[in-house]
Design a protein around this ligand. Structure first.
Ligand SMILES: CC(C)(COP(=O)(O)OP(=O)(O)OC[C@H]1O[C@@H](n2cnc3c(N)ncnc32)[C@H](O)[C@@H]1OP(=O)(O)O)[C@@H](O)C(=O)NCCC(=O)NCCS
Length: 161
């Protein structure tokens, strides 16, 4: 666990096209850890990295938003949202991860809030999210961000912020 005094100088910012490949590797690593994959698992590693490479190539700020939390050059979390071109009013929070050692310190909530603030600029109507009911941390973040539950079926809830 990281101590509170070590949480200084954490920046939440949107990714830019000038970010380098090392950033993608760090994002893939956080995602692998979040999914509890072994970093030595080459198949998952390649798939995860290429997934981020593709997202980065398609990133335009128009149909997707992508925020990272970083301390110096180390990325400690990310959040991304996107919308389908055929349903432009419906944004989805489709990725929120914080490195385990840094969790429980408000970083996940700040990342989610950064997405909401960014999307509020052109005044979106809502941000949607699917959340597994057993993911307490994620539910708490959603609650703090103001999630309103729309459907509650089986293991997952769907909500609107
Ligand atoms: C979900 C996640 C991004 C939250 O990030 P975070 O930086 O810890 O978020 P925050 O600190 O802003 O808030 C987490 C809240 O959940 C609480 N929490 C965390 N684990 C918990 C648990 N097992 N039981 C109860 N509460 C828990 C924290 O105490 C905190 O609440 P508080 O502010 O009232 O104290 C992080 O846990 C994560 O990366 N999880 C793995 C990936 C994942 O599940 N992503 C979401 C997919 S929808």
């Amino acid at each position: 666990m990281i101590l509170m005094e070590e949480l200084i100088d954490i920046t939440i910012r949107q990714i830019t096209q000038s970010d380098d490949r090392d950033m993608l590797r760090q994002l893939a690593e956080i995602s692998m850890k979040g999914n509890e994959y072994d970093l030595a698992d080459e198949v998952h590693w390649k798939n995860t990295l290429s997934h981020f490479e593709q997202e980065f190539a398609e990133f335009d700020g128009e149909n997707n938003v992508f925020f990272i939390a970083e301390q110096a050059k180390k990325i400690i979390g990310f959040a991304r949202g996107s919308r389908r071109k055929d349903k432009p009013e419906q944004w989805w929070l489709n990725g929120l991860e914080v490195l385990e050692d840094y969790r429980g310190r408000g970083i996940g909530t700040q990342l989610g809030q950064a997405i909401i603030d960014e999307l509020s600029k052109p005044k979106i109507s809502c941000l949607w999210a699917h959340i597994a009911k057993n993911n307490i941390a994620s539910l708490k973040v959603a609650q703090k961000l103001g999630l309103r539950i729309i459907t509650d079926v089986g293991e997952t809830i769907m909500g609107e912020i």
